[in-house]
Write a protein that binds this ligand. Structure first.
Ligand code: C2E
Ligand code: MG
Ligand code: MG
Ligand code: MG
Length: 282
């Protein structure tokens, strides 16, 4: 009867919760191993200018799990955020990215590329953040001008004065900042002006239905106009088709990223693919 079903569904719910809790603690334990055993891998997704030249890449983290194979960030970053492990993982990503920049700088056909690294809220709010970025740059010898840090709007809601101060310190060294997933958060237009930003990154949810949804088109046009008046470059992420690319080009977007141009890939594939394209163009 209904009462019986009710009881069962409560028990099911509890079992489900139990399963989630143990899955989360499995992941947390796995993450500790992952750092020690070197199971994280950086993937690189190209960012292109209007002429389709590759100017850099976004660094996207992958976990090469010995049993479960390649794991994407959505499956472990939230756990790493709540356990605090994101601090160590994020530092590892920064160090590896800077080493990669320094290595690319030694070859003429890769030396022009920058890297855009995603920074978590916990990292940005940690008191060691500026020093960690500076150490990663110094120890690798990477040029600060080649490092872009991607932040999201939600990270900027708290302690805005401290954040601005940190951003300015790094900006003085040459490090640039991009505002990721732009349009999905609660940006106050007044503080956009205060932040030392170089780029707005249009969230891919607006790009997806750009050709069919007039609201998405209107939002993208507004972001492009905002970029122009605040003198910020605008990049569109999640560009999957030629039609989306043409439309964005027509609307005046300056930079592009998405499966249409290239998926996130290992470093060796990235260099082989885009160094060749660069040579062919010249
Ligand atoms: P994000 O920074 O917005 O990164 C873009 C995501 O969109 C990536 O997912 C990328 O693979 C995916 N993507 C790229 N092009 C397309 C496209 O054309 N269509 C669609 N549908 N998706 C596309 P990924 O690699 O799974 O990363 C997801 C999120 O995880 C990232 O979103 C970022 O917030 C976070 N993340 C990734 N790496 C790191 C990291 O090293 N540290 C931190 N804190 N977060 C990271
Ligand atoms: Mg990003
Ligand atoms: Mg994004
Ligand atoms: Mg995102």
């Amino acid at each position: 009867d209904a009462k019986e079903r009710g009881r069962n569904s409560v028990r099911f719910f509890n079992q489900q919760m139990q399963a989630d809790v143990s899955a989360r603690s499995d992941i947390a334990t796995g993450l500790r191993q992952a750092l020690l055993q070197d199971e994280f891998v950086l993937y690189f997704q190209p960012q292109l200018e209007r002429n389709l030249g590759v100017v850099g890449a976004e660094v996207l983290l992958r976990w090469q799990h010995p049993q479960h194979g390649m794991i994407v960030p959505a499956s472990f970053i939230p756990v790493a955020e709540s356990s605090g492990q994101i601090l160590q993982i994020g530092r590892w990503v920064l160090e590896k990215s800077c080493l990669q920049l320094a290595e690319w700088a030694r070859h003429t056909d890769t030396a022009h590329w920058y890297l855009a690294v995603n920074i978590s809220a916990r990292q940005l709010h940690s008191s060691a953040f500026v020093q960690e970025v500076v150490s990663a740059l110094e120890q690798s010898g990477a040029a600060p001008e080649k490092l872009v840090l991607e932040l999201t709007e939600s990270q900027l809601l708290q302690d805005i004065d401290t954040i601005i101060d940190k951003m300015q310190q790094l900006n003085t060294l040459g490090v640039r900042f991009s505002l990721d997933d732009f349009g999905t958060g609660y940006s106050s237009l007044s503080y956009l002006k205060l932040l030392p930003l170089k780029q707005l990154k249009i969230d891919r949810s607006f790009v997806r239905d750009l050709l069919t949804d007039p609201n998405d088109k209107a939002i993208i046009k507004t972001i492009l106009a905002l970029g122009q008046s605040l003198e910020l470059a605008v990049i569109a992420e999640g560009v999957e088709t030629e039609a989306q690319y043409s439309k964005l080009l027509h609307l005046g977007c300056q930079q592009f990223q998405g499966y249409f141009f290239g998926e996130p890939m290992p470093q060796t594939s990235f260099v082989t693919r885009y160094r060749q394209r660069h040579e062919m163009q010249n």
